[in-house]
Design a protein. Sequence first.
Length: 459
Amino acid sequence: MPDTTPIRILIADDQQDIIDALRLLLLDEGYEVTPARSPGEALERLEASDFDLALLDLNYTRDTTSGQEGFDLMERLRALDPTLPVLVMTAWSSVAGAVEAMRRGARDYIEKPWDDERLLVAVRTQIELRRAVRRSQRLQEANSRLQRGATPAFIGTAAAIVETRQTIERIAPSDASVLITGEHGTGKEVVAAWVHALSDRRGRPLITMNAGGLAEGIAESELFGHVKGAFTDARVDRIGCFEMADEGTLFLDEIANMPMRLQAKLLRVLQTGEMARVGSSRVRYVNVRVISATNADLPTEIAAGRFREDLLYRLNTVVIHLPPLRERRSDIEALARHFLGIYAARYRKPITTFDADAMAAMQAHGWPGNVRELAHAVERAVLMAETAAVSIAARHLSLRAKAGGEAAAPEDLSLEDAERVFIEKVLARHGGDVRLAAEQLGMSRSALYRRLQQYGVRE
Ligand SMILES: Nc1ncnc2c1ncn2[C@@H]1O[C@H](COP(=O)(O)OP(=O)(O)OP(=O)(O)O)[C@@H](O)[C@H]1O
Ligand SMILES: [Mg+2]
């Protein structure tokens, strides 16, 4: 993805020497210039792609004095893109013309022959204003998706976690794509938040999109936005995650579940930095750092024809793998204490610690739902504990499915508990992959999700 988005200026003038002079001046300042020699050509250019500013001549040869053609063009350009700043130029100096141009929406007015310095100042000012307007619009729309409050805690001293923290510090400031892998509840979203927080994009939005939970058409419009009329329900223009995340970070969660067709579109945007809203062919430029996450094994998905290999190579410049909690048991205690602090405060209980039997039960548990399951177990225990309790006992935790050979025999359990134990085992065997577990259990993915939510294994 390009590092910086070029600033693009459209020049409409029917005199080649004027276009050449302006082009040289603007190119020198690092702008990208697109000339149009007629009003029709200017409209075509704007329909085809996004510009930061238009510089328009008010007088075309067919109609050299009234400026009517120039005014018409200006209005049509502004109808196409209401936020586009338009600077008008004219050879005749008339206050009336200037006033009329401003009344019709021009941002500034330049007389020919122009003064280079004054023209550049006008261009720079309008572009900065436009960027500020766009940024605030984007922030408004993005607000609902923004991570609220501080970056979440990332607890742990297990070797894998220490190493992960070092990797994050090292790679966060670059724009490298990051792929985070790991079972459900291992902290992938926490890592994504930290990569963003330690990057130079931290002042910009971090936008999260779940790539798997939506129907293909809806997912596409979530990702790229749509224009009014693009499909039956598209009553207004809508900005998508890519545009919301412009200059910031886009977190694509559950990337393995993204439909193939959408994978192709995503790949194209990542390769070119160009996108279009659904229902529009107008090219927009986005500057986005992509972080993605999955609990699936992408090489397996690729072999099965469900994931594009070329997309994987765009996403996995850096790979961060979070091991399951059962493989970093040394962190269970610190994590449990961390969650205890949070929930004791939230539910106003005087609990400050765990009994030895509670700690032993947590150490022995399999944690198929990983850190999230631990958080839920502690929350439940805090709620279950007697009002005056100052510590959590094993009975408050209700961790019935123990790891290894310690599990209670199925015939000692209620049907519900037996089902839970069984489902957790199947889930653990499939590395937390809900799709595979559901397949083996012969139930639908959504039914399995509901069960897991009941157990507090998933959110
Ligand atoms: N190392 C950690 N320190 C503190 N809290 C953590 C840690 N890892 C995970 N959590 C907490 O556990 C919960 C689950 O983490 P998170 O949502 O990041 O998991 P995930 O890997 O994205 O799961 P899923 O695949 O289900 O989306 C969150 O509340 C998160 O804040
Ligand atoms: Mg997640």
